[in-house]
Design a protein around this ligand. Structure first.
Ligand SMILES: *Cc1c(COP(=O)(O)O)cnc(C)c1O
Length: 383
């Protein structure tokens, strides 16, 4: 059969009708264990921490969407990141982008800091990055692109090539783009990770993570650790993701269409100091974004004119945009990173990166765009 397009894969891969009943939707195998016919003789399933048929279906689909051979689904995005850290030999040197998800930063600097050596480097500049690789000689490169919340973009192809030349492995956190807009493995990365909590599930009702890769050796090691440590996803949550992901292509197109209109609206608004959106020609890396992504996603960052007071008034007066952590759901959300998602990053580090008190992050949902713009306009009126 001809290689299917994304829109077809997301509906059909891993989704064969149930052979026993013909049910078009996969059963939820809500079971912890499986009956064996003779000791050690089973149908490939022994215990749900190791394998579960519902989770297997989701893994098959996700591997296919990232053009990878393997996928492991985990209980959260951070669980996937932790397993990768556990896999590295003690004392490994890691270069991590300097503007990563707050929880990733906390995991590396407060949990794994005694096990490995972390170096936070600006990965958006290839020559700075290459100098750092030469000096540090890392075992692993950790890149998030676009970053959260500054939407800085790193050149995945360039970074992976430099890493490979120096014997390092590249991990890309692809949460913001989803497999629909960006495929890091195709660009040379070794491992892709996702917080499925965000766009992949898309309905703000599941916490989950996934990692995809081609190497059988990585699969063996990471599966061993997942089973030995235990952060597997429950069958019901895997089933919810199987259901949510069916509309991923439709949702991503709608997120992007709304985000583009809202970014343009914000760019001309008198109460806005600056807008960051990879789809705007004003984004300093717009050309790179166009070359490695097939779309620009649903995340917008902007700076309201003023400081913490102006931000607070704006945030208290939006109604359709819900003030909440997280992102990537069908509903629009607004976040204040300095107080909410990135509070675990020390203020001087935050401000050094450009995360000031007047920075506001939008996760643009799939509602009617005029309603969303109306909501923002009303809130600006109260600032
Ligand atoms: C949310 C998020 C994570 C962590 O995922 P959880 O599912 O919350 O554990 C990692 N990276 C990025 C970019 C995220 O947005």
């Amino acid at each position: 059969m001809k290689e299917m397009k994304f829109e077809t894969k997301v509906i059909h891969v891993g989704g064969e009708p149930d052979p026993v009943t013909g049910a078009i939707m996969p059963p939820i195998f809500q079971t912890s264990t499986y009956v064996q016919s003779s000791p050690g003789e089973h149908k490939g399933y022994e215990y749900t921490r190791s394998h579960n048929p519902t989770r297997t279906r989701l893994e098959t689909l996700l591997a296919s969407l990232e053009n990878a051979k393997h996928c492991l689904v985990t209980s959260s995005g951070l669980a996937a990141s932790s397993l990768i850290m556990h896999m590295l030999p003690k004392g490994s040197k890691i270069i991590c982008g300097d503007d990563v998800y707050g929880g990733t930063y906390r995991l590396f600097t407060k949990v794994f800091q005694d096990m490995h050596e972390f170096h936070f480097v600006d990965t958006t500049n290839l020559s700075t990055f290459e100098t750092a690789v030469d000096k540090i000689k890392p075992a692993l490169i950790w890149v998030e692109t676009p970053t959260n919340p500054l939407l800085k973009i790193s050149d995945i192809k360039g970074i992976s090539a430099i890493a490979k030349k120096n014997g390092a492995m590249t991990v890309v956190d692809n949460t913001f783009m989803s497999p629909y807009f960006q495929n890091p493995i195709t660009l040379g990365a070794d491992i892709v990770i996702h917080s499925m909590t965000k766009f992949i599930n898309g309905h703000s009702d599941v916490v989950g993570g996934a990692m995809m890769f081609n190497s059988d050796d990585l699969h063996k090691k990471l599966f061993y650790l997942q089973n030995a440590i235990g952060p597997c996803q429950s069958p019901f949550d895997s089933w919810l993701v199987i259901r949510g992901i069916k509309t991923l292509a439709l949702r991503m197109k709608a997120h992007q269409e709304n985000a583009m209109k809202i970014a343009k609206f914000l760019e001309t608004h008198p109460k806005v100091e600056k807008v960051i959106y990879p789809g705007l020609t004003s984004h300093p890396q717009h050309a790179l974004a166009k070359s490695q992504m097939s779309g620009f996603g649903g995340m917008i960052t902007f700076f309201v004119k003023g400081g913490i007071e102006e931000s607070r008034r704006f945030l208290e007066n939006v109604h359709l945009f819900a003030l909440a952590e997280s992102l990537g759901g069908v509903e629009s959300l607004v976040d204040h990173p300095a107080i909410m998602t990135h509070a675990s990053i020390p203020k001087e580090v935050r401000e050094g990166l450009g995360i000031y008190d007047n920075l506001i992050r939008l996760s643009v949902g799939v509602e009617d765009c005029d309603d969303l713009i109306g909501d923002l306009n009303t809130a600006f009126g109260k600032v």
